[in-house]
Write a protein that binds this ligand. Structure first.
Ligand code: TTP
Ligand code: MG
Length: 390
C-alpha cells in the first residue's frame, strides 16, 4: 500500500498578488488582464471573486459582468514562477520522490515515511506549515493510497484544506461523485458516459469491464472501470534524475547585513547537506545564487577535487563564494550542490574530516529520530545584535 500526497496551492496567482499587495486581501481579485481586454481570459480569481461565479479560462468580459466591482490585474508570471520555485524547493525535505504537475501542484510519494509522523494528518499539516512559513501562502493537501485519490482529496477541503482518505473509506467517498471527477474524463468523455446513463461513480460499478470497454473503447473503458473502484497504479515519477540539491530563501525585505546573510547560508547549508545524506548522495560542486533587489541574479560555483556531503564543506565553500560577491541589498539567497554521485571520493585529508563527519552523523541521527531542525549548529542562530532587518 502506498501513501501519496498531493499538494495544490490555493488561488495561486491571486494569492501571490495578495501577498505582495496586502491591500487586495479579502477583495474579489481577478488575474488575467484588464476588465475591458477584448480577448483575454481569466487565469484565476480569488475565492472572493469565485463567489460571483468567476472561474479560470472564462472571458474577462464575462467576468466583468458577473463581478463588476472586481479588481482586474494582468498578472506577473516571473513572480509566480519565483514563488513556485520556492514551493517546489520545500518538497524534497519531505520526500525524494516528487512529481511536479503544474506551476502550483505536485505529487509526493510518502510511502515508507509514515513513521516519521504521529499520523497522516500530522504529515499533511507539517507540509502545509512549511509552505506557509516559507512563502506566507496556503496550500491544500490530500493524502491517499494513490495519485487519483490524492488529487481528489486535496480538492475536497479547499482552500487551506487537509484531507486524508484511508483505504477503507475509498468506496464510500467515490460513490456519489459525478463521473467528471474521474481522471481523464473531460467534457467529451463525460458526455459519452451520460449517454450510457452513467452520471455518478456508483452508476459505473454494476457494469463489467468488457461492457465498459465495448461502449467506451479499451483504454477509456479500462480506466473508468479501475478508477471507479479507486484503483490507480501509476507511480509518482520524478521529472528527471536529480542533478542538484539546493535550497533558497526569498526575504520579505531586501537584506544587506553580511552577518545575517552568513547565518542564512549556514542554515541552508545544513538543509542541503541533510537532503544529500537522506538520498545517499555526494557532491563535488557548491553554488550560490544571489538575486538583488533590482532582480539582477548572479550565480557563483566552485568544484572541489573530492566529493562531500557534510554541512561544513557546503557552508565553507558557499561562504567563500559569498565573500567574493560585491553586496547590494539582497532579495534572494540560495545554496546548491551538484556534480552528484552515490559514492564518496575521499579527500586526501580524509583523516582530518572524520571527526566532522562523526558530528554530522550524530546530528542526523537525532534529527531523523525527532524532526529535522531539532539540533542545529550555533552559526545558524541569529547573533544577538544581528537579526533580520526589516
Ligand atoms: P489551479 O491550481 O487550477 O487554480 P488556483 O490555484 O488558482 O485555485 P485553486 O485554489 O482552485 O487551486 O491553477 C494554478 C494557477 O494556474 C492559477 O492560479 C492560475 C493558472 N491557471 C491559468 O492561468 N489558467 C487556467 O485555466 C487555470 C486552471 C490555471
Ligand atoms: Mg491551485
Amino acid at each position: 500500500m502506498r501513501t501519496i500526497m498531493h499538494v495544490d496551492m490555493d488561488a495561486f496567482f491571486a494569492a501571490v498578488e495578495v501577498l505582495d499587495n496586502p491591500e487586495y486581501a479579502g477583495k474579489p481579485l481577478i488575474i488575467g488582464g484588464y476588465k475591458d481586454s477584448p480577448r483575454g481570459v481569466v487565469s484565476t480569481a480569488s475565492y472572493e471573486a469565485r463567489k460571483f461565479g468567476v472561474r479560470s479560462a472564462m472571458p474577462l468580459r464575462q467576468a466583468a459582468v458577473l463581478c463588476p466591482q472586481g479588481i482586474f490585474i494582468p498578472g506577473r508570471m516571473y513572480r509566480y514562477q519565483e514563488v513556485s520555485e520556492q514551493v517546489m524547493g520545500i518538497f524534497p525535505e519531505f520526500s525524494p520522490v516528487v512529481e511536479p504537475l503544474s506551476i502550483d501542484e505536485a505529487f509526493l510519494d510518502m510511502t515508507g515515511c509514515e513513521h516519521f509522523y504521529s499520523s497522516l494528518e500530522e504529515m499533511g499539516l507539517r507540509l502545509k506549515q512549511r509552505i506557509k512559513e516559507e512563502t506566507g501562502l496556503t496550500a491544500s493537501v490530500g493524502i491517499a493510497p494513490n495519485k487519483f485519490l490524492a488529487k481528489l482529496a486535496s480538492d475536497w477541503r479547499k482552500p487551506d484544506g487537509l484531507f486524508v482518505l484511508r483505504p477503507q473509506e475509498v468506496q464510500g467517498f467515490l460513490r456519489d461523485l459525478p463521473v467528471s471527477k474521474l481522471w481523464g474524463v473531460g467534457k467529451k468523455s463525460a458526455a459519452l458516459l451520460h449517454q450510457l446513463n452513467l452520471y455518478y461513480i456508483r452508476d459505473i460499478l454494476p457494469h463489467s469491464l468488457s461492457w465498459l470497454q465495448e461502449k467506451l473503447g479499451t483504454a477509456l473503458g479500462t480506466q473508468v472501470y479501475n478508477l471507479a473502484r479507486g484503483i490507480d497504479d501509476r507511480p509518482v515519477t520524478p521529472v528527471r534524475d536529480v542533478q542538484s540539491v539546493g535550497h533558497e530563501i526569498t526575504f520579505p525585505e531586501d537584506q544587506e547585513s553580511f552577518p545575517f546573510l552568513r547565518q542564512q547560508l549556514a542554515k541552508m547549508s545544513e538543509k542541503v547537506g541533510w537532503r544529500l545524506r537522506q538520498q545517499g548522495l555526494y557532491a563535488r560542486t557548491v553554488s550560490i545564487k544571489v538575486r538583488f533587489g533590482d532582480f539582477k541574479t548572479i550565480t557563483r560555483s566552485h568544484t572541489l577535487d573530492y566529493s562531500f556531503n557534510d554541512d561544513d564543506t557546503i557552508f565553507r565553500e558557499a561562504l567563500h563564494l559569498l565573500e567574493q560577491v560585491k553586496l547590494k541589498p539582497v532579495r534572494l539567497l540560495g545554496v546548491s550542490v551538484s556534480s552528484l554521485s552515490t559514492g564518496a571520493q575521499l579527500s586526501l585529508f580524509s583523516g582530518e574530516e572524520s571527526s566532522a563527519s562523526r558530528i554530522t552523523q550524530a546530528m542526523d541521527a537525532i534529527n531523523r529520530k525527532y524532526s529535522h531542525g531539532t539540533i542545529t549548529r550555533g552559526r545558524t542562530l541569529p547573533s544577538p545584535e544581528e537579526g533580520p532587518r526589516h
